[in-house]
Ligand binder design. Structure first.
Ligand code: NAD
Length: 433
């Protein structure tokens, strides 16, 4: 099938490359010429494990091409995906739909023949109706259907998630669109990934409900961690104790510095706004968002306390900047507020991240970026492990003790065991233990 992907970011590029890998003929469109130029030269604009091989292999096979020309890109496409960004709108937390609306208008003007417009961006309920209205207004003759097909992939594991999803959600009542979507996802259906058809509004809500639920799970265990610290418990034991209950499940029960990333913070906020506007507030999610916001700053205080209550003029080594491992994505990373609070308290920040430095430089100033963890740790007064990259999981603890000015670590991901740190003479604080 001919497929066009509008927006070639984390979701568009991965989805486009995976569809091409299934044998579809895919054009990835992006309005950012530097992104397209890099892709045409086999250079990945983002870091995602396995992506380079997937993209270059399918490009070489002629199934995956890149262009900035949307009209050219959607020519002959049976399905046109919208995979553009939906960031938080400045000031009010609603999803900013300007990119989606602009893409819809551009698509409308170039439509020929029956086309399924598939919204893969995370968008508030009712956006499908609005996209349909925009297209109808811009091109009254167009023959099309608008489908909601939210994406659930995780950065860092995006290709595996796309190719082996827990489920595929498709929101449409249009029979022709159903047939196109079924054909498109047939390779996955053969893998027995369930294809769930539902109404468009239900599909739109499903995506926000999923993210809000996961954010709630993380926030719940984070509060249990605080309780463990206050009364003497071990949150990892508690997490295992509840996670083995099938009704709860063990995933997303790792206590940490608060959720971040390109989705949970903005999607919880957008859901809160949608629900308020609808007169049906989601008070649990409102609380989750507020608790999580406070938590990131509280993490900086943990580091300050470990440094004896004062970090003025002290060197803090930050290990990990991205919101999670195996991505270069810095959007809403907890590292940002943690570092900003430490800087405001007078700390000198030295940081290392295996893949995030380029993105981090765009959002964090006055940071000395180091090529490896040891350059960051040497002569540091205190260390904070913020992102659990594999490279930080088995650091030589004797060496940490030897190179730091005062060996002290705030392990915000519970990578190390308190007993082993104590044995090595490293002052240590984790989360909820
Ligand atoms: P992104 O910022 O990485 O990519 C969006 C791309 O769209 C950019 O490259 C931008 O230049 C391009 N673009 C914007 N308007 C365009 C237009 N009119 N024509 C062509 N290109 C255009 O964003 P992302 O992380 O890929 O997220 C995309 C959507 O998917 C968002 O709604 C997000 O919430 C959702 N989502 C993201 C993830 C994730 O892990 N990143 C997971 C699931 C869902």
């Amino acid at each position: 099938m001919r497929v066009a992907m509008i927006g070639s970011g984390y979701v568009g590029l991965v989805s486009g490359a995976c569809f091409a890998d299934f044998g579809h003929d895919v054009v990835c469109v992006d309005k950012d010429p530097s992104k397209i130029e890099r892709l045409n030269n086999g250079i990945m604009p983002i870091y995602e494990p396995g992506l380079e091989q997937l993209v270059t292999g399918n490009a070489r096979a002629g199934r995956l091409t890149f262009t900035t020309d949307l009209a050219e890109g959607i020519k002959g496409a049976e399905a046109v995906f919208i995979a553009v960004g939906t960031p938080s709108r400045r000031g009010d937390g609603h999803a900013d739909l300007s990119y989606v609306h602009a893409a819809a208008k551009e698509i409308a003007e170039a439509l020929e023949g029956y086309t399924v417009i598939v919204n893969k961006s995370t968008v508030p309920v009712g956006t499908g109706d609005e996209v349909e209205r925009i297209i109808r207004e811009a091109n009254p003759q167009a023959d099309f259907a608008v489908v909601s097909n939210p994406e659930f992939l995780r950065e860092g594991a995006a290709i595996g998630d796309f190719k082996r999803p827990d489920r595929i959600v498709i929101g449409t009542q249009d029979d022709r669109a159903k047939a196109v979507m079924t054909e498109l996802y047939r390779p996955l259906f053969l893998n027995q990934s369930p294809l769930l058809f539902m109404g468009r509004r239900s599909a739109e809500i499903t995506k926000y409900a999923a993210n809000a639920f996961l954010a709630t799970k993380i926030t719940f265990i984070n509060e249990m961690a605080d309780l463990c610290e206050a009364v003497g418990g071990n949150v990892q034991d508690v997490a295992r104790g509840i996670g083995l209950d099938n009704r709860i499940g063990g995933k997303f029960l790792n206590a940490g510095p608060g959720y971040g990333g390109s989705c949970f913070p903005k999607d919880t906020l957008a859901l809160v706004k949608t629900a308020q506007d609808a007169g049906s507030p989601v008070r649990i999610v409102e609380t989750v968002a507020a608790v999580n916001e406070d938590r990131k700053r509280a993490m900086a205080q943990k580091v300050i306390a470990l440094a004896g209550g004062d970090v003025r003029g002290k060197v803090v080594a930050i290990l990990g900047l991205t919101f999670k491992p195996n991505t270069d994505d810095m959007r809403d990373s907890p590292a940002i507020p943690i570092i900003e609070v430490l800087q405001a308290a007078g700390a000198i920040i030295r940081a290392h991240d295996p893949e995030g430095e380029t993105q981090a430089r765009l959002v964090l100033t006055n940071v000395e970026y180091c090529a490896n963890p040891w350059d960051a740790l040497t002569d540091a007064d205190v260390a904070a492990l913020v992102t659990e990259w594999d490279a930080f999981r088995a650091l030589d603890l004797d060496r940490i003790k030897a190179v730091m000015k005062t060996p002290a670590m705030a392990d915000l991901r519970n990578v190390y065991r308190p007993e082993e740190m104590a044995r090595r003479g490293i002052t240590y604080v984790g989360i909820g233990r």
